[in-house]
Design a protein around this ligand. Structure first.
Ligand SMILES: C[S@@+](CC[C@H](N)C(=O)[O-])C[C@H]1O[C@@H](n2cnc3c(N)ncnc32)[C@H](O)[C@@H]1O
Length: 443
């Protein structure tokens, strides 16, 4: 029980996926609205406060009060996390006067089964949490084929006519058997089961603080990432690279200074920041009524390494010989293989690409996207081609729709990934299956 207060309706967040009914019944809401107008008192709604007032229980009452044009509603407010609100919401409707439909009950159970942690509880426990019978949990599990590899079966059937099963090992060279897999699990757990010094490249984009209503503050994000980065550091090979793409929301219009603590996150785990890349998004989302500076047109990618001997085979472009000729002697000679002094290595092969990776994530080929956002394949491609050879293992522990894994598969690398969201696991398996079928062995 928290504190019961008159809470402004405007502050209440009903848009954060905590509505566990299939939909708010607007007929019931208008009946409630009428009773409210007649002065009938309703129980307080249940709200969890994590900096936002997240509605856990009382969607119909809030809809009714909004219909009446009220400013406030009686609310029981308890401090907590987004997950507290989500779990409360899952249980809330079970105790209601307004009966749930069968579809509502099903939604509660399927939502719980898609949660990695809840799904591992016993049927009795899941039934208690969702306020349904144990028999219903068993029935739904059976219907959706919950259990041994249900997704692999469903996916294999869905993938567009692959020549071979995408889930068989793929031989890319005489000695290298590709490792593959997309697990349903927590990043740190899955990484902790991988062999030390086995991974050549990790390219990943974890959930951002506050993304999709995850309720994570920036400092919670650092706490969340520490065990993951520690595991990444352990599984990386001596010549491996870890490319981490993340952006923090603006703080009062300014860049959050904690963005610059990300290198420390790596140092803490024994990794050094080798490079910084900027992903030039080309198509930043429209600003709407937000200040322009709230919508960054770029995101950083922090590239960490274990030591100085990281593998780096840069993608080279043509030198611009015309402008090279205008440079002082010494500099211009670098383009012709004649230069061997100074801080630059002799390199007549071409120019290394800039650290700005221009890639739109809305255009291009049709592909599966993660719920939050998927980064573009071009971004991953840069790291895969720069830092791995055919057969090397590429990992994404927050794989979403599988962009990293698909790029690795397309270029004949081994791949492994995981995600806590079953929907994303399914998408990732489909993405890599498609990419494996379109593999090219380039470099
Ligand atoms: C920004 S998305 C990644 C998108 C991905 N790069 C792509 O291109 O599709 C972050 C993903 O991390 C997943 N996630 C959140 N917490 C996780 C955890 N503890 N372990 C593994 N995955 C997690 C989310 O479900 C989400 O799919």
């Amino acid at each position: 029980m928290g504190e019961v207060v008159e809470l402004e309706l405007e502050l209440i967040r009903t848009d954060l996926d905590t509505q566990m009914r299939v939909q708010t019944d607007m007929e019931v809401a208008s009946r409630y609205a009428e009773l409210m107008r007649d002065g009938i008192e309703f129980d307080p709604i249940t709200v969890i406060y994590d900096g936002r007032y997240i509605l856990a229980d009382g969607f119909t009452r809030v809809a009714a009060a909004r219909m009446n044009g009220d400013d406030c509603i009686l609310a029981d407010v308890t401090p907590g996390t987004y997950r507290d609100a989500w779990l409360l919401a899952l249980q809330a409707n079970a105790k209601h006067a307004q009966p749930r439909t069968n579809a509502d009950r099903r939604k509660a159970v399927t939502t719980a089964l898609r949660d990695y942690d809840l799904s591992r509880k016993t049927n009795v426990e899941i039934a208690r949490i969702c306020g349904v019978t144990e028999g219903l949990v068993r029935k739904i599990k059976k219907e959706i084929g919950f259990g041994a590899e249900p997704v692999a079966v469903a996916v294999a059937a869905e993938v567009a006519a692959p020549k071979e099963s995408p889930f068989d090992s793929i031989v890319v060279s005489d000695e290298a058997i590709v490792e593959y897999g997309v697990e349903w699990g927590h990043a740190a757990d899955v990484l902790s089961r991988m062999e030390s010094e086995s991974v050549s490249l990790v390219v990943t984009s974890p959930p951002y603080p506050g993304q999709l209503g995850n309720g994570m503050s920036v400092s919670q994000w650092f706490a969340f990432m520490r065990p993951v980065v520690a595991q990444v550091a352990r599984v990386l090979r001596w010549d491996g690279v870890f490319a981490l793409n993340v952006m923090f929301k603006r703080n009062g219009g300014m860049i959050d200074p904690m963005l610059f603590d990300i290198p420390k996150l790596g140092y803490w785990a024994g990794l050094s920041l080798w490079e910084l890349y900027a992903w030039d998004k080309m198509n930043p989302v429209p600003a709407g009524d937000m200040a322009r500076c709230e919508i960054p047109g770029w995101e950083p990618v922090f590239a960490f390494v274990k030591g100085r001997d990281y593998r780096f085979s840069p993608l080279l472009g043509e030198y611009n010989h015309k402008s090279l000729n205008k440079l002082e002697s010494g500099n211009s000679e670098r383009g012709d293989d004649r230069y061997s002094g100074g801080h630059s290595r002799q390199n007549g092969l071409g120019a290394r690409g800039t650290n700005v990776i221009r890639a739109s994530n809305s255009g291009g080929e049709a592909r599966l996207r993660a719920k939050g956002q998927s980064f573009p394949p071009e971004l991953v491609e840069r790291f895969v081609l720069q830092h791995t050879a055919a057969g090397n293992l590429v990992v994404d522990p927050f794989c979403g729709a599988g962009t990293t894994l698909a790029v690795a598969a397309r270029h004949g690398r081994s791949w492994y990934g995981c995600d806590v969201d079953m929907d994303e696991v399914v998408k990732a398996r489909r993405s890599v299956a498609h990419a494996s079928a379109n593999r090219k062995m380039d470099r």
